[in-house]
Design a binder for this molecule. Structure first.
Ligand code: ADP
Ligand code: MG
Length: 694
């Protein structure tokens, strides 16, 4: 049996030495399989000769004719100009750089064949620096039989070079072992997929009649075949990670219900049906000796914190520690307050640790965590630094997962491994992840959804108006606050710069203080000291402030039920999911709430559509799906947030229609061809093992 192409280094090919190999490596090509998956960006048609009379501006073409004149012209730039005729018309070739040898070969009477893009010149169409050759006998110089690929290249790597390498690599796949077909015929039939080698061959050398428009869109069956396989491999890999985690030893935490029941008895409300159902999932996961890996999605205000507390209590009942990690100091602080209020009456010690916990206080907290005296620990990602030693951590709850991403998730598992057993993981996100994305980004997690809001909430009324009516909006704030309600005023900025955003908030706070002298106005932003932030937040919570001017730091988690009005400046700059998060800060009490989206005119068509979605829907899932539709997955998840691996061929947006079938195909493949799973993963995720181990 011959070698599989991923085992054949590019240096095997004719003409590839160390220098070229380095260049190829730069664009991710080290073996022949890489080379064949390095697909053309577009194609040129050199399969026929275009009569000069039919040449069109801007359309690449092969032409052939006789050189009627060849002169050096001294215009603004010295150039060599040849006039070529073929009986149907004429074209001018123009060379600004040319050698003496070149000039001699381009002499009157020679027959020349060129390829280039016609431009408009002073005397008709011109080709600048066309590729050309002098042909002595035209019939002996055949045109190309297939379209000519243009590859993604890099400096010092020319198209002819890449073409010749791919040509050589393509010869290898005549051997069926070289690029193995891992998709059984039944899978291919079911999803109408081309055989792999056929797809690869087609994309490198499409026939002259190939549908270039379809290829340009990336939806040609040959491309879809590869995208399908790649997505399938990713899905299989995530499933594999999930299975490996399941094989790890975890700690069974069956609980006793004592603390849970007491806690529920103390709550001023009943759990919603959805909260009960989701806790039931968690309860049963925690009772097993395999590590839980569960994602809880719940819209803003659906009451995820209570569910997290229940999970922590079950852990404490089973004599282990639970940790809750939040993405920001403010949110961590808030969770800490909630947990302290709920759990201290039950005799539970809650420790608190963030990057900003310093000195003696830090020592104290670390000690509580190490000895296990603190059964529950709340903090930021500082919790997972090396110096933090848990006595017996058995549950890690991560709030607002979308801000952490796959890598932190893996780091956490690593932490678990260091302490001998893998902690259970509960991941909570308030940014609903569109189902299709969840399937690719979070296929390693089980998922529960809190799909019901606590009773008695009145939906937020959302208003979209231009900032030319700012004064009216300010009046509205005054009126609401006079009625004893509280309001947020959120400042946004395009720039990623937190400093600028904070500055804008400071300016706005000053303006509003001037405009509304009878209101007490607070300011909160990311650059304030944690203690200051807490102070402002508490003042707002306790009703000492009417209006809180804020940056998007208040996006997640902040919970002040009496706040029923929110103004968001320049909402067109934010993603819909983020707007939904922000808006979720109001509508938490029983009075009717309002959210004013105060945009800066003029709005683009897409901007208008997006704000319209906010007006019409209050369902985070609907909004997320719409956002995905309007902006695509990269934007929606944001690279920072996803940990999504990048794809070679597939494109989550373009290929989202495939995603539904991928899951079915993956299950099918595992059943009928389990031995194909690993080779498929290895083909598309050669670094996959790093993840798989974690
Ligand atoms: P989120 O899911 O956005 O994190 P929280 O956990 O902050 O939501 O809950 C939002 C508010 O709803 C809190 O004030 C919380 O106490 C309250 N809450 C949670 N569950 C219920 C319930 N079942 N009935 C009434 N209020 C609830
Ligand atoms: Mg929350």
């Amino acid at each position: 049996m011959s070698k599989s192409l991923h085992e054949v280094p590019v240096t095997t090919l004719k003409g590839v030495g160390a220098a070229l190999a380095t260049k190829l490596d730069k664009i991710g090509i080290s073996n022949l399989q890489d080379l064949l998956f390095h697909l053309p960006l577009r194609y040129q048609d050199r399969t026929r000769i275009t009569p000069l009379g039919m040449l069109q501006f801007g359309m690449d073409a092969v032409i052939e004719g006789t050189i009627a004149a060849s002169d050096i012209v001294m215009g603004r730039r010295r150039s060599l100009v040849c006039r070529v005729q073929d009986g149907t018309g004429t074209v001018t070739l123009r060379f600004f750089h040319f050698s003496a040898a070149q000039k001699n070969s381009l002499k009157k009477g020679s027959t020349i064949r060129c390829f280039g893009e016609p431009r408009r010149g002073a005397h008709g169409l011109e080709l600048y620096h066309p590729e050309y050759r002098i042909v002595s006998d035209s019939s002996a110089a055949p045109v190309e039989e297939t379209l000519t690929p243009i590859y993604p290249a890099t400096e010092g790597l020319t198209q002819p070079r890449l073409r010749s390498l791919c040509e050589q690599a393509l010869k290898f796949i005549d051997n069926p072992d070289a690029l193995q077909e891992w998709l059984p015929a039944s899978v291919r039939d079911q999803h109408s997929l081309w055989p792999l080698t056929e797809a690869v061959r087609f994309l490198h050398k499409p026939p002259p009649d190939a549908e270039l428009a379809t290829i340009a869109e990336g939806v040609h069956p040959a491309q879809q075949r590869l995208a399908f396989e790649e997505l399938l491999a990713h899905n299989l890999s995530l499933q594999q990670i999930r299975q490996r985690v399941r094989l790890q030893t975890g700690m069974a935490l069956p609980g006793t219900n004592q603390l849970v029941d007491k806690f529920l008895g103390n709550l001023p409300f009943q759990l919603t049906g959805a909260q009960q159902r989701v806790f039931k999932d968690i309860h049963s996961d925690l009772s097993q000796p395999t590590p839980m890996m569960r994602l809880v999605q719940g819209d803003v205000g659906s009451g995820k914190t209570v569910v997290a507390a229940l999970a922590a209590l079950q852990t404490v009942e089973s004599k282990h520690q639970a940790a809750l990690m939040a993405p920001t100091e403010i949110l961590a602080e808030q969770h800490y307050n909630n947990f302290s209020n709920w759990l201290k009456p039950l005799g539970i010690t809650v420790a608190w640790l963030t990057g900003k916990t310093k000195g003696k206080k830090r020592e104290q907290q670390l000690e509580l965590i190490r000895t296990g005296e603190a059964e529950v620990v709340v903090g930021t990602h500082a919790l997972f630094q090396d110096e933090v030693e848990f006595r017996h951590l058995a549950l890690a709850i991560i709030d607002e997962q979308h801000r952490f991403g796959v890598h932190q998730r893996l780091a956490l598992r690593e932490k678990g491994r260091k302490i001998g057993a893998m902690p259970h993981q509960l991941i909570m996100t308030a940014t609903p992840i569109p189902r299709t994305l969840a399937m690719s980004a979070y296929a390693d997690l089980d998922c529960s959804v809190i799909d019901e809001l606590p009773p008695g909430r009145t939906p937020v009324n959302t208003i979209v108006i231009g900032d030319d009516r700012r004064n009216q909006v300010i009046e509205r704030v005054r009126a609401a606050c006079k009625e004893g309600r509280q309001a947020y005023w959120v400042c946004t900025l395009i720039e990623e710069s937190e400093a600028l955003q904070c500055q804008a908030a400071e300016v706005t706070a000053a303006e509003l203080t001037e405009a509304l002298p009878d209101l007490s106005i607070g300011l909160i932003h990311g650059r304030m000291k944690p203690a200051e932030k807490v102070e402002v937040m508490n003042a707002f919570k306790e009703g000492h402030l009417h209006l809180l001017v804020a940056t998007t730091v208040i996006e997640v988690g902040v919970d002040v039920p009496n706040a029923s009005l929110m103004i968001i400046e320049n909402p067109e700059r934010l993603g819909l999911a983020q707007l939904h998060q922000l808006r979720g800060r109001v509508g938490r009490g029983s009075v009717a709430s309002h959210c004013v989206l105060m945009y800066h005119p003029p709005l683009s068509q897409q901007g208008r559509e997006r704000l319209q979605v906010m007006r019409e829907s209050s369902d985070g899932f609907v909004i997320a799906e719409k956002d995905l539709e309007l902006r695509g997955p990269g934007e929606v998840l944001g690279t920072r947030q996803t940990g999504l691996v990048s794809f070679r061929v597939a494109d989550l947006e373009r290929d989202k229609a495939l995603l539904d079938t991928i899951k079915i195909a993956a299950e099918h493949l595992i059943t009928i061809a389990p031995t194909h799973v690993q080779p498929l993963i290895d083909r598309w995720l050669p670094q996959g093992d790093q993840y798989a181990d974690a």
